[in-house]
Ligand binder design. Structure first.
Ligand SMILES: *[C@@H]1O[C@H](CO)[C@@H](O)[C@H](O)[C@H]1NC(C)=O
Ligand SMILES: *[C@@H]1O[C@H](CO)[C@@H](O)[C@H](O)[C@H]1NC(C)=O
Ligand SMILES: *[C@@H]1O[C@H](CO)[C@@H](O)[C@H](O)[C@H]1NC(C)=O
Length: 390
């Protein structure tokens, strides 16, 4: 969602910061899924008897204390959904269950009128996939604080964008989440990014990727009127958050203070506040590589995310509405494929094949020309799974 708009008068520059080591390490360090069953079979690790249609939403008055223990061992996804973003969010959810073995917990912060939509759509999933997930819906709420009204937070950038700053305080029983914008698609198992938590040193409490690979076209370094992280700032569309550590830090107090101090200088809402925070606390941030938050910016002029050329885009970020508009036909083709994919259909013969077909028939674009950019990750996943079987 948050993707800084770049000036067209960019300079092509060859000196690129390539984080190859991280990428190569990650490639070999992927935790292979423990289950080798194909998507056509049922998963022996999951209970088979509960065939009754049940809602997976937890009763809201359930004691908080149960949650943490129930949901330990899950991968927790947090997402904030307002306006017309529900559809792409459901496609994002679908992409999470295709490749991931670990049970998933979705924390959905949304407007009251969208609650029913999520309940109905998720209940409609085939049983095998519904069993993999649990979810909880939350209202959008902001703290009332001296000098900053809840209404001010709502008005900053987009109606509910800043909600995520307060997730540590709202999910008090949850240790860690992967926060994603609604316009994200996972092209590989979530275990891969989740495993980065274990690489945090003792001071790191969150992980993101940087905003640009090329300083010459960076937005923050050229235009920002507030402090930002590092040389080019960070993109917060995919963010690992260790909530336990965030709660123990000055995070909540600090972002509210930065808001008061910089409110008139902020362009991109919550992402700017996150940049300001990590400007002052650089030791608390783990920076991951660009293929884990792959955006049109990485290929629209030239290919600047080198790890993705080798590994493929691992997590795709369709910022600036490229899922729906015609600016980036290759990104649009990927979204269309995931949207139309039927849960339970073969990943190799249906998902991957239609992806290739849709990419081929999309109008030419600079991003579409990077070989295997959008398919490599899925192919690698399918190949590794097949190797396991033999
Ligand atoms: C969420 O907000 C709606 C409308 O404001 C309200 O009716 C509902 O009770 C709230 N739910 C929770 C769990 O706070
Ligand atoms: C988050 O930090 C806490 C406190 O340091 C630690 O106990 C926990 O294991 C961390 N969570 C993850 C997923 O690494
Ligand atoms: C953790 O890593 C960050 C980023 O590399 C660094 O700034 C910080 O000093 C490290 N913390 C410790 C305790 O080593």
């Amino acid at each position: 969602m948050r993707c800084v708009v770049r000036s067209w008068r960019m300079l092509f520059k060859l000196g690129l910061t390539v984080i190859v080591l991280v990428a190569v390490y990650m490639y070999y360090a992927i935790d292979q899924p423990e289950s080798s069953n194909t998507e056509e079979e049922s998963n022996p690790h999951l209970p088979q008897e509960s065939k009754d249609v049940q809602t997976h939403e937890r009763a809201e008055n359930k004691p908080e204390i149960d949650k943490a223990s129930d949901w330990a061992g899950h991968i927790h996804i947090a997402v904030v959904v307002c306006g017309d973003r529900a559809e792409e969010t459901l496609v994002m959810f679908k992409s999470t269950v295709l490749f991931t073995v670990t049970p998933l917990m979705f924390h959905i912060f949304t407007e009251p009128h969208l609650r029913k939509h999520f309940q109905e759509q998720l209940a409609f999933w085939p049983e095998k996939y519904r069993q993999k997930i649990d979810y909880q819906l939350y209202n959008i709420t902001f703290p009332e604080q001296e000098g900053v009204k809840a209404e001010d937070w709502r008005k900053l950038f987009k109606p509910c964008a800043c909600q995520r700053l307060f997730i540590p305080d709202m999910l008090r029983d949850i240790d860690s989440v992967l926060y994603v914008d609604t316009d994200i698609l996972f092209l590989s198992p979530l275990e891969q990014i989740w495993s980065l938590f274990s690489r945090f040193n003792s001071t790191q409490l969150a992980a993101v990727s940087i905003e640009h690979e090329d300083k010459a076209i960076g937005w923050y370094n050229r235009f920002a009127r507030h402090p930002f992280y590092g040389e080019v700032g960070v993109n917060s569309g995919v963010m690992l958050m260790n909530l336990t550590r965030l709660r123990a830090s000055t995070w909540l107090q600090s972002v509210q203070n930065y808001y008061k101090e910089y409110r008139l200088k902020i362009t991109w809402g919550d992402q700017d506040l996150i940049n300001i925070y990590f400007h002052y606390h650089p030791d608390q941030l783990y920076v991951f590589s660009c293929e884990l938050n792959y955006r049109p910016d990485h290929c629209m002029y030239m290919s600047v995310c080198k790890p993705a050329e080798k590994l493929g885009a691992v997590i795709l970020h369709g910022c600036r509405r490229v899922w729906f508009e015609d600016k980036q036909p290759a990104f649009k083709a990927v979204y269309k494929t995931f949207k139309e994919h039927y849960l339970g259909g073969s990943l190799r013969y249906e998902l991957l094949e239609s992806l290739k077909r849709n990419l081929q028939s999309a109008p030419q674009s600079s991003c579409g020309k990077v070989p295997n950019l959008f398919t490599r990750s899925i192919e690698n996943y399918l190949d590794s799974r097949e190797q396991e079987k033999t």
